[in-house]
Structures are given as structure tokens and as C-alpha cells.
Design a binder for this molecule. Structure first.
Ligand code: HEM
Length: 469
């Protein structure tokens, strides 16, 4: 198993450096205060480290239950680690324990080694591009139906609206049903559950086990536990209904998981099914909703961007197919720039060195945990000049490597929903912009703020619906 304290070893090694070993430093300030800043204001924390400790830094604890970690934002280091994360490194699931209260302990996110590989092989085909085309028209229709409920002049939160789109989409992919009474109940309880961790203060509960105390239904954790129980009951009821009435024509993920057998011929247990469904529902809707909301913000904040996008959409015409929309160059660049400028995930999942490694002059002992910092990579001046500017043209002018632009991670744990998320972003944005008019409700800049383990727009992007185009 992993050697604890390996990072301290690394730091000692680094500080007693020979010429080929470069030291890695910690960000300044007291450990406890830094950890609090990281939880309550992760953007300030990361921005500060950027100036003090570019490329690599060491942190004693980020509160994931991981212990000391080396964090890198250098594409070369990311590439080194993520192209070797089945051998030189591993990607242990137990390091994602912070998510366990939300998604349980038996999903792809929590598994490691061969079981992780096997589970990925089971679920990834459902997210391949050709399978996604089935959902294209559904995403456009859902977006249209949700926006058409707005009244001209109405103020609304883009984040809340896009969450309805992404939740219903992932629901269709995972369960293959969207409008049964049980489906509606699951979606409503799921939204309430994730909203429990919507602010940095409430996210403290995820980071400090001591706050995870059920003091009754009115306490924050007690309310969460109650919602989780409700969700579990609803999901188990759906699983049991499917077991009672098998239908081999269904192509949704739940049906696939229920039909799957391990090498020794065993089916997944009910608890494993529940955890997998929860993981996909959670990972699949929160993140994408945030990304679409950020796209709406940037489009309406930058008039030139909006004008270029509208010109491209108008040229394609009103009857464009989802496939044609998804291939639009400016729209694609805009979605990429959104994920670069306002990344939803700050880090890749942890990877752990299994043998001594040297990366860019730094040596790491076995057991060293490394994290790729997506946020800081996307802010690098050497890759993205004027990184705070929102310029989709960057992605038309040059091609970035998958370690320079890395919103979905890479390697053994690369996001399984990457293609779905990008497809949904493009179709949802195109549907909204081609058919309707919106504006931002005010001129205040939208800051990125912690939402659970992700970053999201602090005010949810307040907008005004202006009616049909
Ligand atoms: C904009 C939207 C999304 C972003 C930014 C995002 C980002 C990420 C990142 C950074 C990782 C870790 C990758 C690594 O460590 O190398 C990840 C993993 C994962 N994502 Fe996403 N994701 C998004 C949407 C989705 C969707 C739509 C799904 C669909 C179900 C999904 C399911 C997952 C799963 C299951 C994993 C764990 C994979 C594993 O452990 O093997 N994500 N995602």
C-alpha cells in the first residue's frame, strides 16, 4: 500500500537538494487559515499560490482526507502523470471519500484498480458520441420547453434554469424515463439534496467530519440525511420495479447495469446499482448546469461574442439538426473558452506515485499524491495570454494539447461524461440564443464561488428574459 508522509519525504529530499532536484514550496500563511481559505474562498487561495509558487506547490491537507499533496499546473507534469496513471501512478478511489455522503462508496468514482476499470468499461459506452445523438433533439426540446415557461420581462437565475435542462437530460440517459411521477420526485429531491451544499459555508460540512452530525431534521446534516434516505427509497423502488418487469429493449444505463455480469457471472448488488446511479446523476447534472450558466453569462457580458455567435447560428438556419449545431466552429470555441475561463472542476482526482519518479527536475518518492490543478493551468499566461479575457478566438487560432486545456481531466479517470457535457452545452446554448432574447439583469461581474467540490457563479447569473427573437 501507499507510504504515508511521502510528500514530506519529497519536501525534505527537495530541500536537501542536489543540483538536479528543485525545491517545491508551500503557499504562505498558517496551515489552518490556508485550509479555511481554500474551503471558503478557493479562487483567492489558488490565485495567491499562482504568484508565490508557479508550476508546483505542496499542501499539507486540502481536506479531502488525502493528507499532503503536490499540486501542479504545468501541462508537461500533467501529461507525465496522467499518461502513466495505470502503472507508474495509480488513481485510488478511496481518495474521493469526500463525496461518499452524496454518492455512496460503491460507484466508479470510489472504486480503484481492476474493479474501477471494469465498471468504467460498463458505463462508458453509454456516453459515446454515436449514442449521444439519440439525445440531441431531446436536449433542444427540453431547453425550448423550459425557456418558454418564462414571461417577457421576468428575471430568472440562469444557473437554476440550466440545472433543469441538465437534470432532465441525465435522467433520460441514466433511467430512460423523464416524466413519470417517480422521476419527477427523484429530480426534485435530488435538487434539494445538492442545494444543501450550494454555498461555501454549507460545503464546510463535506470537509469537516465533525460537522456531519444528525441533530434532528432541522439541523443542516439531519436535513441532508433525511433527503438522502428519501432518494434511496425512490431509487430502490425504481430498481425493484425494473427487476419485477424486465424489458430487454431498454438502452438506458440502469438497464445496462442490471443486465451486466462480472467475469465470475455475478450481477451488481442493489447497493452498487444505487451508488452508480447517484454518482452519474450527481456528476452528470451539477457540473454541466454550471458550465451552461457560465456560457450564458459570458455571451451576454461580451456583445461581440454574442454578435458572432448569432451570425453563425443564423447562417445555419432554423431547421438545423443537432449534429450540424454541434459542429459549429465558433459555438464550439465559445464552449471551450467557457470551460477554460470558468472551469467547473478545480482539480483532477488524485494520482499516487507507485515508484520513484522525476518530473521536470523534481523527484517524488513512492506514495506521493499528485493533483493536477485545472483552474491554474487554464490561467497560465504562457498558454493563454491575458487569461482573464474571454476570447473564444483562442481556440480557433491554435490547437491546445489535452494537458493544456483539460477541463475533464485525462487518463484512467478522465470524465466519462465529457462528450455528453460538451454536446449538451452546445445544443442548449444554441437553442436559447437562436430562438430567444435575454440580457444580464445588472452590470455586476459574476465571481466564481465554491459549490460543493466545484466552482459555480456566485449569484447564479441573474438574467432578464426579453421574449422570442
Ligand atoms: C462540464 C461538465 C463536466 C466537467 C467539467 C467534468 C469534470 C470532471 C473531471 C475533472 C473529472 C476527473 C477526471 C480526472 O481525474 O482525470 C471527472 C470525472 C468524472 N465525471 Fe465528469 N465532468 C463533467 C460532466 C460530467 C457528466 C455529464 C457526467 C455524466 C455522468 C460525468 C461523470 C463523471 C464520472 C463518472 C467521473 C469519474 C470517472 C472515474 O472515476 O473513472 N461528468 N469529471
Amino acid at each position: 500500500m501507499l507510504k504515508s508522509g511521502a510528500v514530506s519525504d519529497t519536501r525534505e529530499n527537495a530541500q536537501n537538494s542536489s543540483e538536479s532536484v528543485k525545491p517545491i514550496s508551500k503557499p504562505g500563511g498558517l496551515n489552518g487559515l490556508r485550509r479555511l481559505e481554500w474551503i471558503l474562498d478557493p479562487v483567492s487561495y489558488l490565485e495567491r499560490t499562482k504568484t508565490r509558487t508557479p508550476d508546483f506547490f505542496i499542501e499539507d491537507s486540502l481536506g479531502f482526507g488525502v493528507g499532503p499533496v503536490v499540486i501542479t499546473s504545468h501541462p508537461e507534469a500533467m501529461q507525465y502523470v496522467l499518461t502513466r496513471d495505470r502503472k507508474t501512478f495509480n488513481a485510488p478511489g478511496e481518495f474521493n471519500r469526500i463525496l461518499e455522503p452524496l454518492i455512496g462508496g460503491a460507484s466508479v468514482i470510489m472504486l480503484g484498480g481492476d474493479r474501477h476499470k471494469e465498471r468504467r468499461q460498463l458505463i462508458t459506452p453509454a456516453f459515446h458520441c454515436e449514442r449521444l445523438e439519440v439525445y440531441g433533439q431531446l436536449i433542444c426540446d427540453l431547453t425550448d420547453a423550459i425557456v418558454s415557461n418564462l414571461q417577457p420581462g421576468e428575471t430568472f437565475s440562469a444557473r437554476t434554469l440550466t440545472q433543469q435542462v441538465s437534470l432532465q437530460t441525465i435522467f433520460q440517459v441514466v433511467f430512460g424515463l423523464g416524466d413519470s411521477p417517480r422521476a419527477k420526485e427523484i429530480m426534485s429531491v435530488l435538487t434539494d439534496t445538492v442545494d444543501r451544499f450550494g454555498s461555501p459555508m454549507s460545503a464546510l460540512m463535506l470537509f469537516f467530519n465533525g460537522l456531519q452530525k444528525d441533530w434532528g431534521p432541522w439541523s443542516p446534516w439531519g436535513r441532508f440525511v433525511k433527503l438522502r434516505q428519501q432518494l434511496d427509497e425512490l431509487i430502490y423502488a425504481e430498481i425493484r420495479d425494473r427487476q419485477a418487469h424486465p424489458d430487454s429493449s431498454r438502452t438506458d444505463i440502469l438497464s445496462m447495469l442490471m443486465a451486466a455480469r462480472t467475469e465470475t457471472g455475478e450481477a451488481l448488488e442493489e447497493e452498487e446499482l444505487r451508488d452508480e446511479l447517484m454518482a452519474l446523476l450527481m456528476a452528470g447534472h451539477e457540473t454541466t448546469a454550471t458550465a451552461i450558466a457560465w456560457a450564458m453569462y459570458w455571451i451576454h457580458k461580451e456583445p461581440e461574442v454574442k454578435a458572432k455567435l448569432l451570425a453563425e447560428l443564423d447562417e445555419l438556419g432554423p431547421d438545423a439538426t443537432p449534429t450540424a449545431i454541434a459542429q459549429l466552429p465558433y459555438l464550439s470555441a465559445l464552449c471551450k473558452e467557457t470551460l477554460r475561463r470558468s472551469p467547473v472542476a478545480m482539480f483532477t482526482f488524485p494520482r499516487v506515485a507507485q515508484e520513484p519518479v522525476e518530473i521536470m527536475g523534481h523527484t517524488f518518492t513512492p506514495g506521493t499524491t499528485l493533483l493536477g490543478c485545472i483552474f491554474l493551468t487554464h490561467q497560465r499566461e504562457d498558454l493563454y495570454p491575458d487569461p482573464k479575457a474571454f476570447r473564444p478566438e483562442r481556440f480557433l487560432e491554435r490547437k491546445f494539447s489535452p494537458y493544456e486545456f483539460i477541463p475533464f481531466g485525462n487518463g484512467a479517470r478522465r470524465c466519462v461524461g465529457e462528450a455528453l457535457a460538451q454536446y449538451e452545452m452546445k445544443l442548449s446554448v444554441a437553442t436559447m440564443l437562436a430562438h430567444y432574447r435575454f440580457r444580464l439583469a445588472d452590470d455586476r461581474p459574476e465571481a466564481a464561488r465554491r459549490r460543493g467540490v466545484t466552482l459555480a457563479p456566485a449569484r447564479g447569473v441573474p438574467m432578464i428574459f426579453e421574449g422570442k427573437r
